[in-house]
Design a protein around this ligand. Structure first.
Ligand SMILES: Cc1c2[nH]c(c1CCC(=O)O)Cc1[nH]c(c(CCC(=O)O)c1C)Cc1[nH]c(c(CCC(=O)O)c1C)Cc1[nH]c(c(C)c1CCC(=O)O)C2
Length: 346
């Protein structure tokens, strides 16, 4: 007798099913708010050594699942590894964040390695995924990811994180076509990278466009929407069964129609939009993910419960995956994660 196992909750939501209780996971669920993460990171030496060590990267991916009954695990890696794979220098200044060699004109773009070469650097990431496909609990969905070309380009052009993505905007203003060459190279490389993640065992893909909100009008179309659509259409051609979540953070009104325009199966929402607005304007096109403010994981209190329940209720009429509106911060209290899950499911 053959009996097919009931499909995993996240895959059901991504297929458009409205579930009585939304599946849940958290951005940055493996991270510095967990003492066991800090211990493993210390064992690895530094953050990048942790990302490129398949055994330890798999270990930190699994750590939050030992504490919390999340429906998904997200591969432990970083969106900036692809810059290194394309030949840029990357390091993390302790306590300050990422630093990179900078690209400010088209000669810098021309010096990058071909997109097809990225596997040479990124193969340990595929190894992490292979370990996780063996070690994850059966009901848990494994999410692979990459940065969207725009967000990755903002770091490559500035050499670091910036509040306003000024150097990327300056590149666009001085040589729009040259900047488009950088976006194209990143688009091709990201397709290769994500396709290899799926082949290794990633069941869902998420595309992080953390700085999409700083693009307006035609720039949003050209540098956020179109590259994401190109990545999704190439992945769908190669891996039609793999659902894709797009996260154009702080896109505001541009969340409307984003799923349709890009082919994404789900749009992840940051906490600057209200759940009731998003239910009406975004969820009408399909699954949404989000969008509790990460500060509740620090502050806790009765507001954590009321806000969690308000979001669950607002999205209860359609497919929804519960998540934070952005990553959990290092000062968060793990007890609040448990209280959030109870509020979602209780
Ligand atoms: C912009 C961005 C980056 N990385 C990422 C984004 C997009 C999402 C977002 O907007 O937050 C994505 C990312 N980074 C990390 C993951 C792993 C999976 C997860 O648990 O979500 C994912 C999905 C690990 C990480 N990436 C980083 C850490 C902290 C590193 C440490 O241990 O010190 C982790 C756990 C470092 C990182 N990596 C990056 C920055 C700016 C920083 C420094 C800021 C910070 O320290 O939080 C680039």
């Amino acid at each position: 007798m053959t009996q097919t196992a009931p499909q995993k909750t996240i895959l059901r939501a991504l297929a458009g099913e409205t579930l009585p209780v939304p599946p849940a996971w958290m951005m940055r669920q493996a991270g510095r708010y967990l003492p066991e993460y800090k211990a493993t990171r210390a064992q690895a030496g530094d953050f990048l050594s942790l990302c490129y060590n398949p055994e330890l990267a798999a270990e930190v991916t699994l750590q939050p699942l030992r504490r919390f009954d999340f429906d998904a695990a997200i591969l432990f890696a970083d969106i900036l590894l692809i810059c290194q794979a394309l030949g840029a220098k990357l390091w993390f200044a302790e306590g300050e964040g990422p630093r990179l060699s900078t690209i400010t004109d088209r000669s810098g773009v021309a010096a990058l390695r071909p997109a097809g070469d990225v596997h040479e650097t990124l193969s340990p990431i595929y190894e992490t995924i292979k370990i996780l496909t063996r070690e994850l609990p059966a009901p848990t969905t494994l999410i692979g990811f990459a940065g969207a070309p725009w967000t990755v380009a903002t770091y490559m052009t500035a050499g670091r994180g910036t509040p306003d993505q000024g150097p990327a905007h300056a590149f666009i203003a001085s040589d729009r076509e040259g900047f488009a060459m950088l976006i194209d190279r990143l688009t091709e490389a990201t397709i290769e990278y994500l396709s290899a993640q799926i082949k290794a065992g990633a069941e869902v893909i998420k595309i992080f466009d953390s700085w999409a909100g700083s693009l307006k009008g035609q720039d949003f179309d050209d540098f956020a929407l179109k590259p994401t659509a190109a990545i999704i259409s190439a992945l769908k051609a190669r891996h039609p069964q793999t659902p894709i979540i797009a996260f154009p953070r702080e896109a505001g009104d541009r969340y409307i129609g984003f799923a349709k325009a890009t082919g994404a199966d789900c749009v992840a929402l940051d906490n600057s939009v209200s759940a009731s607005w998003a239910a009406e304007n975004v969820q009408k096109d399909g699954c949404v993910q989000g969008n509790l403010a990460p500060r509740h994981m620090v502050e806790g209190g009765p507001e954590l419960i009321t806000e969690t329940k308000r979001i669950v209720k607002a999205f209860s009429g359609g497919p929804h995956i519960f998540n934070l509106g952005h990553g959990i911060t290092p000062d968060a209290n793990p007890d609040n994660v448990l209280r959030m899950l109870e509020a979602i499911r209780g």
